[in-house]
Design a protein around this ligand. Structure first.
Ligand SMILES: Nc1nc2c(c(=O)[nH]1)N[C@H]1C(S)=C(S)[C@@H](COP(=O)(O)OP(=O)(O)OC[C@H]3O[C@@H](n4cnc5c(N)ncnc54)[C@H](O)[C@@H]3O)O[C@H]1N2
Ligand code: MOO
Length: 453
């Protein structure tokens, strides 16, 4: 890992992507060269932040968590913190690739179906049988796959090419020196740098690490993310609903999104609109939070509890961001712990899109994963789309690869309460701030959701 990664607040993570070249997909990698000058679309009114402005302030405000030594399987999905150098050879010793007989190739020179070579069998070794064996010229040892090759032997004859004898064996084929022997170090040599730092640990990496004796590895921890929803109308799914109450979908959705991002979610039940209660619940939760994510209570209403409570602290700002959905946003640090908090709008689609755009990159940065932002792809648009000037629109879409190439079809309407069509979508089509329409057949920028990156 670079030293920039280790000193998050001194580095300058930049956030340019959605509006710039889709090919790089993610510009939000800290750079020792400092932030790149950013383009601000002309159509965005004064006082409104760009998506990049807000994301950059979040990325500057959350840093990679300190790495620690953890069980290798627990590190699944996390980036390896240091290059992994093989501490030993793999295979560790010469061993048999087949069940059969260990011999010297010279001794079976000329053996054939018609004229087998007969050798005395002087012993038997199994994988892990613990018997060190050596053979002398003109003898054979029965050997099973994985067993250490007896000293002096250089070749394994599979059972199928013998009469499977016990006291003596008739060998019916001449094999070249080294046949069916897995050589010490032929796979990995001790001292080889086999997995570079930053590699995301998956089952294949776990196989190699464990096989080289690494039961634990150094990786950053999964961030613990406390998810809190606010609103007097909210009820836990399954609870009685009054005429004007609704199920709290957002805290469940956000907890699921946190988990899908590889972090640990602590979902707190919905908190009412009382500032004192909100403050108390928040304070109680900080002990287990690396990051807090809230939904609701941040727009212009008279009961916008998150904005009201946190504005008073002075360490959280509530900008309007030039995007739709997701215009009201908030970010800062709270209480003595100075825990980062990202406050999302309550409309469910707004909360979901805002998670994708702001929270996912923050979580990835905390885990040490790059790129922070989901890479964009190009696809051909299957229907016209219109969009308000001055906002980056994230249009729900269905992405597929057909025999003609990548295609994306807009799904449902733009309302940020429309969860039914959100479920029908698997992608977000990006309409730039300066664009008011995209047309059928245009090549457009798309975030394909749910894909690992
Ligand atoms: N006068 C203005 N009103 C609104 C503005 C504005 O600029 N001026 N912005 C609108 C936009 S855009 C959004 S987005 C919302 C954001 O409002 P809040 O973050 O304060 O969210 P709430 O008012 O608490 O809730 C909005 C909406 O979402 C429902 N909701 C909230 N939490 C949940 C949940 N956990 N599960 C399911 N649904 C939830 C809530 O019942 C409301 O219907 O403000 C607009 N208004
Ligand atoms: O910005 Mo709100 O998030 O459009 O519904």
């Amino acid at each position: 890992m670079s030293s920039d990664e280790d000193r998050p607040t001194e580095s300058a993570p930049t956030a340019s992507d959605d509006g710039t070249p889709p090919s790089n997909g993610d510009g939000a990698v800290p750079s020792s060269r400092g932030p790149r000058p950013r383009h601000r679309p002309e159509s965005i009114p004064e006082g409104i932040l760009t998506v990049e402005d807000h994301l950059e302030s979040i990325l500057r405000g959350v840093g990679p968590l300190a790495p620690y030594d953890q069980p290798v399987v627990e590190a699944l999905g996390l980036p390896l913190h240091e290059d992994f150098v093989a501490p030993s050879d793999l295979p560790r010793f010469d061993n048999a690739a087949m069940d059969g007989y260990a011999v010297k190739a010279l001794d079976i020179d000329g053996a054939s179906e018609r004229e087998p070579v007969s050798l005395p069998v002087v012993g038997e070794v199994h994988a892990g049988s613990g018997k060190p064996f050596a053979i002398s010229a003109g003898t054979a040892v029965k050997i099973m796959t994985g067993a250490a090759l007896p000293r002096g032997a250089d070749t394994v004859v599979p059972f199928e090419q013998t009469d499977r004898g016990n006291a003596r064996v008739a060998i019916r084929a001449a094999l070249a020196h080294g046949t069916y022997v897995r050589r010490r170090g032929e796979d990995v040599a001790a001292g080889d740098s086999v997995i570079p730092a930053g590699t995301v640990i998956g089952p294949r990496e776990v196989a190699l690490l464990a096989s080289l004796g690494a039961g634990r590895v150094t990786a950053r921890p999964r961030p613990r993310v406390v998810v809190l929803s606010t609103g007097a109308e909210l009820r836990t799914p399954g609870e009685h609903l009054d005429h004007d109450s609704i199920n709290d979908g957002n805290s469940y959705m956000l907890a699921a999104a946190v988990r899908a991002a590889g972090a640990i979610a602590y979902r707190v039940g919905a908190v009412s609109d009382d500032p004192r209660t909100f403050r108390r619940v928040l304070a109680d939760q900080l002990v287990r939070a690396d990051l807090v994510v809230t939904s609701g209570g941040i727009s212009e209403g008279e009961k916008d509890v998150v904005k009201e409570t946190l504005s008073a602290l002075g360490t959280v700002s509530f900008p309007k961001v030039a995007m739709q959905p997701g215009r009201p946003q908030g970010f800062g640090r709270v209480m003595d712990e100075q825990t980062p908090i990202i406050t999302l709008p309550g409309n469910p689609v707004s909360a979901y899109v805002s998670f994708e755009v702001f929270v996912l990159p923050a979580i990835r940065r905390m885990m040490g994963l790059v790129p922070y932002r989901r890479p964009m792809v190009h696809a051909v648009l299957a229907a016209d789309v219109s969009s308000p000037l001055g906002k980056r629109q994230y249009v729900r879409g269905y992405f597929e690869v057909t025999h003609k190439g990548a295609k994306v079809t807009p799904v449902g309407g733009p309302g940020s309460h429309l969860l039914g069509s959100l479920v029908e979508s698997n992608a977000l089509i990006i309409v730039g701030e300066d664009e008011t329409a995209l047309n059928l057949g245009d090549t457009v920028r798309v975030l394909v959701l749910d894909r690992p990156f």
